[in-house]
Each structure stands twice: as C-alpha cells, then as structure tokens.
Design a protein around this ligand. Structure first.
Ligand code: NDP
Length: 297
C-alpha cells in the first residue's frame, strides 16, 4: 500500500512518519518535495501531479497554515493552503480511489458555551484560520472521496516549540507568570493523534462505512493557566534540582493578551463518536503531557 504523507515535519507529520510505517510504503514530503514530487500545498497543480504520480491508496495531509495570528494578515495564502489544497487532494483522492485523512480544528467553532462540541454542532469560526480550515473540511466532504477528518485541539509535541517549553523558559526567567484562564480545552499530543490516525486508517480501509468526521482530543479539560501550573509542578517533581524562579502564576482573561485572531473560549471536543467507532480509549491529557515533560527535561 502506498501512503502519501504531506507536511512530514510538522508536529503531527513527524509522528505520522513513525505510526504509518507499519501500514505500508510511506512517501513523506515536506513543502520542498522530493525529486519531481511537489509537497508544497500552495502549488495546487504540483500537488495534483504528485497524487497522480504516486497513485496512493491513502493520502494523509498533516500540512496546514497553522500560524493563527499571521493568517489574519495573509488570508489568501491561508485559504490556498487550508481550503484549496485539501480540495485538490480530495478530488485527486476521489479520482484514484484513495482514502484521504485530513486534520481540522476546534477553531471551526465559535467557542461559546461550556459543553464539549459534537461533530454535528453548528460551526462559527472566529478567525481566518478557523474559517479556512472549515472550508477545507467542506471541500473534502463535497468531493465525495472516502475521507477521515479528525478535528483536534491544543496540539503539542516534544519536538519543536510548545506551550510547556515556553512556560518552563519563562518560569526560569521570571518570578511571576500571567497565563490565560478563560480558554478551555485538552492538550493533545502529536503522538496520540498519529497513533489514532494509523488505527483509524486500518479500520476504514477494512470497513469504509467508518469514514467521516470525528473529534480527536485527549480526555479531560483544563485552561492554559491550569496547564501551566501542571507543567511547573511536574517539572519540579520530575527534576527537583530544576531552577525555576517563578513563585506565582497569575490567572488572567484572554483580553489581557490581545492578539490579531480571536480564540474560542470553549475548545472542549466530545470524542465519544471516535472512541465508539474505532474501539479506542483516549487517555487523560496529563498522561501525554507528563511523558513529553520527561522527554524534554
Ligand atoms: P505544525 O504547524 O506543527 O505543522 C504544519 C506543517 O505544515 C509544517 O511542517 C509546515 O511546514 C507545513 N506547511 C505549512 N505550509 C505549507 C505548504 N505551503 N506546503 C507544505 N507544507 C506546509 O502543525 P501541527 O502538526 O500542529 O498540525 C497538524 C494539523 O492539526 C493541522 O491540520 C492543524 O490545522 C491541525 N490542528 C493543530 C492544532 C495545534 O494546536 N497545532 C490544533 C488543532 C488542529 P513548515 O515548517 O515548513 O512551515
């Protein structure tokens, strides 16, 4: 089985290189491509040509314009990468009978309320990023290709920059940290996303009726403020000699840190549909975060 993976060096893409390997021959590309294969999602013709050349049975798209604030200033580019490129991949997947796995986001919702969002709930993106990601989802559904769209939230990985690393750096420099306490969600590890993706691909290949839209996030919920406290406490416990100056973490409202893109207050995702369909258990968010901390400390 040929698996075409796009965005191989992102948080999720990197972990997919590992988790997809046992399923078949993985042709993994970043935006620079390889040989004559184009991996740049901004090059729509090149992307279609790549699918025709590889003739994959599965396409996994882990690439996206994920710079949420920058997207506000470059909506055309965000639209091309997050909406038009998935549309091209979906049409190409339909043409060659491939399964397309694509990732989307809690940012398709308006963040109102306090209950976890279900797959069928009304969307209402607050930002260019959210709007373009939603358009990508819709294009995939409309294409008629066999697809898996996994909406996830608050992704972190041991590799590259992440919120936990930023908190540890700031805590080493400052005595007082201020962290947003009115946005709720579940930090979700790229490892978990990649492992669930591989399971879901295998199952949908055997049972195409399981294709569709699913929410995928670690279990439980927290705010950035509580997440930061958890990270600092875990770091002190795991490495008692660690030098963290921070003695005070102060909860603040989102309005304390104005950003070009508005973020949803409620990013909770209801994952019961995914767990039931694929017979999987999503572990509490702390399990993955603690593991990642042990890796980076
Ligand atoms: P990352 O930002 O870590 O990775 C995105 C990847 O896309 C990067 O490797 C980037 O490459 C690549 N990319 C950007 N533009 C292009 C392009 N024109 N052509 C090819 N590749 C490109 O994202 P994640 O791994 O965290 O995200 C994976 C998926 O999950 C995305 O669909 C995202 O929307 C979704 N998601 C992410 C969340 C998060 O908190 N991060 C939350 C919810 C959903 P380069 O490094 O060269 O720019």
């Amino acid at each position: 089985m040929n698996i075409l993976l796009l965005g191989k060096n992102g948080q999720v893409g990197w972990e997919l290189q590992r988790s997809l390997a046992p399923l078949g021959r993985v042709i993994a590309l970043d935006r620079r491509g390889e040989g004559s294969l184009c991996g740049d999602l901004a090059d729509l013709d090149g992307l279609a040509a790549t699918v025709r050349a590889v003739q994959p049975q599965v396409i996994v798209n882990a690439a996206a314009h994920t710079a949420v604030d920058r997207a506000q200033a470059e909506p055309e580019l965000a639209e091309r990468i997050n909406a038009q490129a998935p549309a091209v991949l979906a049409r190409a997947a339909a043409a060659c009978g491939a399964l397309l796995l694509h990732y989307s986001t809690d940012y398709v919702f308006d963040g109102s309320g306090q209950t976890p969002w279900q797959e069928g709930d009304a969307t209402g993106p607050l930002s260019v990023y959210g709007r373009t990601k939603l358009a990508g989802e819709q294009a995939i559904v409309q294409s008629g290709c066999v697809h898996l769209i996994l909406r996830t939230s608050w992704v972190y990985a041991a590799r590259g920059a992440n919120f936990a690393k930023t908190m540890l750096r700031l805590a080493a420099e400052r005595e007082r940290l201020t962290v947003i306490d009115d946005q709720w969600g579940a930090p979700t590890g790229a490892e978990l996303i990649a492992d669930v993706s591989a399971h879901a691909i295998a199952q949908v290949r055997a049972e195409p009726a399981k294709a569709g839209l699913y929410h995928l996030a670690a279990a439980g919920e927290t705010t950035w403020f509580s997440y930061a406290n958890h990270v600092l406490a875990q770091a002190r416990q795991a490495q008692p000699a660690i030098e963290l100056k921070a003695t005070e973490v102060v909860p603040v409202a989102s309005s304390h840190f104005p950003t070009p893109a508005r973020r949803p207050h409620n990013s909770r995702l209801d994952t019961r549909k995914l767990q039931a369909a694929f017979g999987l258990v999503l572990p509490p968010w702390q399990a993955g975060v603690n593991r990642m901390l042990l890796e980076i400390l």
